[in-house]
Structure formats: structure tokens, C-alpha cells
Design a binder for this molecule. Structure first.
Ligand SMILES: Nc1ncnc2c1ncn2[C@@H]1O[C@H](COP(=O)(O)OP(=O)(O)OP(=O)(O)O)[C@@H](O)[C@H]1O
Ligand SMILES: [Mg+2]
Length: 347
């Protein structure tokens, strides 16, 4: 039996942003997500990191079928999600729930906490008998560290951290298998971030959830994730176990992201090796016209000719997947680079 729960293959979402009514309009495609292969295993926690605009939120919306992909496929427990319709699609939605970034905007200010958390029970009436809902909402509040009495209050009566706990209670109310968290702590004070992260980790353990945790902050993702996918301009640049990625990043982009982060390791342990700081020039290019070849080549500190012409595949090197022609060399790996189809090529 496979332990893969969600599997994305070549998943893409392109938005056509040209005005529809102009005759002879040229297509203007935003390649928000542009061919992503990803798998989420049962009970694991997968971090997705990358700069603003690289397609993290779009990818999450694809993973819970809030958006239809332009290309590629998504399977859940081996079942093709794209083929689900009507009642089957509704039943499936229960199993993959989302926690949004902004706890101020994502909770309806006119609804009581009880109704916010229990909203899913109206859409899925068979989830829990009507007479059990009241008690269940109160249990959920306790599970996320709030009090049953809070059920009758309104969102404005809570702090940001408490609101995000309410958002999380709503996310787990239907007993999902997967919780997709889109920058769940980015809007919160630093001191509160750790509490909410710890809550998510506890729930993941206690409820056996699979967690997808999106953030632009590698420091946060590191504490949450078993594995990490680093995204750049709609694609996965590197995909690895969290410890491997932090100890020896293989993609020049991951190396740059890590080098920019104030090193927690060095604060805890001043003897830890200092990372060479790599400054990336400029902003990421537009996803309307991604660069030829490797889409990171315009900012890459180790760019060579081939990078401008040939797009690197996500390939196995040194125990991780990296989309860089020179990953083998950068990592000093003796197994060279082997691409995903298993054929070797020079590293
Ligand atoms: N509905 C849409 N129509 C057109 N373009 C869109 C749409 N949604 C997203 N985009 C574009 O797709 C790209 C990826 O956006 P997305 O929100 O997925 O990025 P992100 O990584 O979540 O960014 P952030 O860190 O700022 O939240 C951006 O260029 C964005 O402008
Ligand atoms: Mg986003």
C-alpha cells in the first residue's frame, strides 16, 4: 500500500489576464504554477517556501481543488481528483481543508465563533448529528487552546493569535486528512508565531494529519516540516528532507535563501559554521514571460551558458531532487546527477 496521500503531476495553472472583449487580443498568460510534481505522504508535514508571487497560494488552491488546473493531474489516495463531480467532490473536500493567512480577513466579523467553526456542518450535514454539534464545537475550541465559553463571542473580541486558533478549529472541524496552511503565522507577532506553529504540530501528531505549510520564511518552515519544496517562478527548484536541505542546500536559489536568513544555529551555537551570504540581484522575473532555460538563470550567482538555453529537470542528486544543471558539482556529490527518469548525465 502506498503511503502517498496527495500526488501532483505536472500541475499547472495559467491565468489569461488579457481583456476578454478586445478583438484580436493577444493572450497574456500568467504562469502562476508551471508544472509541479509533488507528493504528500500520510502523516507528514511538507513545507513550501519561496518569494512572494512564486505561486505558493495558487498551488495550495490547486491541491484542494478550489481551482482547476490548466494542465497536469492531482490524485488523492490514488484517485483522480479532476474526475470527481457533484456529491463525490463535496465528500472529498471534507478531507482536505485550508487555514488561511490572515485571521482578520478570513473570519466573518458578523458570525459567532460557534457558527464560524461549525459552518462546515451545514455543508456536510452527515459529518455529525445536529444535537452533537454544540458540544463538538466546544471540544474543538479546547483542542486549539481556547475555552468553550468563547463559542458565543465574535471574532473582534480575540487577538490575532486567538483568531488563528479559531481558523484552525474550523479547519479541523470536519476531521480532514490534510490541512493546507497558507502562511498561517505570517500576520502574527513573532512571539505568537511559535505558539501557533506548536499548536499545528501538536494537532498533526494527535490527529494524524498530513500538513502542508506554506511560508516565505525558511526559518518558520524549518521547524514545521519533514520535507521542504522550494519554489521559484511557478516551479519546484529543490525538494528534500528538511535536515538535508538546511545542512547542504543543493540549488543555488536555496543556498541564497538560506544565506539571507539570520542564522538561528549561530545564535544558539556561536561555533556553528557561518554561511557565506549570497545576495540575489533584483526581484524575481515576471511569471508572464519566464526566462528561457533555467528560470533562475537571470539571478543565479553561478550561471553558465547552458543555463540560458536548457531547462534543468528536477533530478535526483545527493539524496534530494534539485533542478540545477550543476547541483552535483555544487554539492561535491560523487554520484553525479541522475535525472528523474533514472538516466545519468554529466554533473
Ligand atoms: N486569479 C489570478 N489572476 C491572475 N493572476 C494571478 C491570479 N492569482 C495569482 N496570480 C498571479 O500568479 C502569481 C503567483 O501568485 P500566488 O498568489 O500564487 O503567489 P504566492 O507565492 O502565494 O505569493 P505571496 O507570497 O505574495 O502570497 C503572481 O504573479 C500573481 O500575481
Ligand atoms: Mg500567497
Amino acid at each position: 500500500m502506498s503511503d502517498v496521500l496527495l500526488q501532483a503531476t505536472g500541475l499547472a495553472k495559467h491565468y489569461d489576464t488579457a481583456p476578454r472583449l478586445r478583438p484580436g487580443r493577444a493572450k497574456s498568460l500568467v504562469r502562476a504554477v508551471d508544472g509541479v510534481d509533488l507528493e504528500l505522504r500520510k502523516g507528514e508535514s511538507l513545507g513550501i517556501v519561496g518569494e512572494s508571487g512564486c505561486g505558493k497560494s495558487t498551488l495550495l488552491r490547486l491541491l484542494c481543488a478550489l481551482e482547476r488546473p490548466t494542465a497536469g493531474s492531482l490524485t488523492f489516495d490514488g484517485q483522480d481528483v479532476g474526475r470527481l463531480r457533484g456529491a463525490a467532490l463535496r465528500r472529498w473536500r471534507r478531507r482536505v481543508q485550508v487555514v488561511f493567512q490572515d485571521p482578520y480577513a478570513s473570519l466573518n466579523p458578523r458570525m459567532r465563533v460557534r457558527d464560524i467553526i461549525g459552518e462546515g456542518y451545514d455543508i456536510h450535514p452527515d459529518a455529525i448529528p445536529k444535537q452533537g454539534r454544540r458540544r463538538r464545537v466546544e471540544e474543538l475550541l479546547e483542542l486549539v487552546g481556547l475555552e468553550p465559553a468563547h463559542a458565543d463571542r465574535f471574532p473582534h473580541q480575540f487577538s490575532g493569535g486567538q483568531r488563528q486558533r479559531i481558523g484552525i478549529a474550523r479547519g479541523i472541524a470536519l476531521g480532514p486528512d490534510v490541512l493546507l496552511c497558507d502562511e498561517p503565522v505570517s500576520a502574527l507577532d513573532l512571539s505568537v508565531q511559535a505558539q501557533v506553529v506548536n499548536l499545528l504540530l501538536r494537532l498533526q501528531r494527535e490527529l494524524g494529519l498530513s500538513l502542508v505549510f506554506v511560508s516565505h520564511d525558511l526559518g518558520v518552515v524549518r521547524h514545521v516540516s519533514d520535507r521542504i519544496a522550494v519554489m521559484y517562478l511557478g516551479k519546484v527548484a529543490e525538494y528534500a528532507d528538511a535536515s538535508r536541505l538546511y545542512e547542504r542546500p543543493g540549488h543555488p536559489y536555496t543556498q541564497a535563501l538560506l544565506s539571507a536568513e539570520p542564522s538561528l544555529d549561530r545564535i544558539r551555537n556561536p561555533d556553528a559554521p557561518r554561511r557565506r551570504r549570497i545576495v540575489l540581484a533584483g526581484d524575481p522575473p515576471s511569471p508572464v514571460n519566464p526566462p528561457s532555460g533555467c528560470r533562475f538563470h537571470t539571478r543565479c550567482p553561478v550561471v553558465r551558458d547552458v543555463c540560458r538555453q536548457v531547462e534543468p529537470e528536477l533530478a535526483q542528486v545527493d539524496g534530494r531532487l534539485t533542478a540545477c544543471h550543476f547541483a552535483g558539482e555544487l554539492l561535491g556529490a560523487d554520484d553525479g546527477v541522475v535525472n528523474a527518469s533514472g538516466a545519468g548525465r554529466e554533473g
